[in-house]
Design a protein around this ligand. Structure first.
Ligand code: IMP
Ligand code: MG
Length: 203
């Protein structure tokens, strides 16, 4: 019988290289689900007035958030035409951002010309990923671009003007610490944990 990630969902301690971290429950899955439902209601109304929305999931981290958010929008606004696409990016190794964004689809177009686009991301940290993506997207002349992130991290390194005038809808604001769960990974692990946990360095 598997006992691993049962009620605790994640181990109490996780080693990353030669560092030890303890895990702390930050956002229980019930809180995440009710906030995502609320965001779905707001965004559904918002895009109904525009006649539809094209949701672009930023993979892999936004996998769960985007599918929950799309279904919440559709539940609250059944008449809303929703189309979906995805883009696959990555910049992290371990708990550190490499600063280098890799577009796994190379420069394959997003196909968003003339569309009202909502990019769905797991987390806004330095903002590097989204600013790169917004530049890439704007070259295709969409009608509008907004962003939804499950978690907005208070990273002091983020330049205030990095995302320009872009509207960012945030699920939760958190402190500047590394988190896992609800799509967020540590070297591709723990994405399917339903709550969000913070990793804090052990003394
Ligand atoms: P940014 O480009 O620095 O804003 O980082 C965005 C990307 O880094 C996200 O899409 C995540 O994949 C990853 N990331 C940032 N912070 C965390 C974290 O705390 N846990 C897991 N992944 C993170
Ligand atoms: Mg990601």
């Amino acid at each position: 019988m598997a006992t691993a990630l049962s009620s605790l969902e994640v181990p109490e301690r996780i080693a990353v290289g030669d560092k030890e971290y303890s895990t702390h429950l930050l956002l229980p899955s019930e809180d995440i689900q009710s906030r995502v439902d609320e965001m779905g209601a707001e965004l559904g109304e918002h895009y109904l007035s525009r006649g539809g929305v094209h949701v672009v999931t930023v993979l892999s981290g936004a996998l769960h958030f985007a599918s929950d958010l799309r279904r919440a929008m559709q539940r609250h606004t059944p008449g809303l035409p929703i189309t979906s696409g995805q883009v696959s990016l990555s910049s992290y190794t371990g708990t550190q951002s490499s600063g280098i964004i890799r577009n796994r689809h190379k420069s394959q177009p997003l196909g968003i010309q003339g569309r009202d686009v909502l990019f769905v991301e797991d987390i806004l940290d330095t903002g590097g990923t989204l600013s790169w993506l917004l530049r890439f997207a704007n070259s295709e002349e969409p009608s509008s671009v907004e962003v939804a992130v499950a978690v907005n991290k208070d990273n002091p390194d983020r330049r205030a003007d990095l995302l320009g005038e872009t509207v960012v809808h945030s699920g939760f604001k958190i402190e500047n610490e590394f988190v896992i769960g609800y799509g967020l990974d540590l070297d591709e692990r723990y994405r399917d944990v339903e709550s969000i946990y913070a990793l804090r360095p052990e003394e």
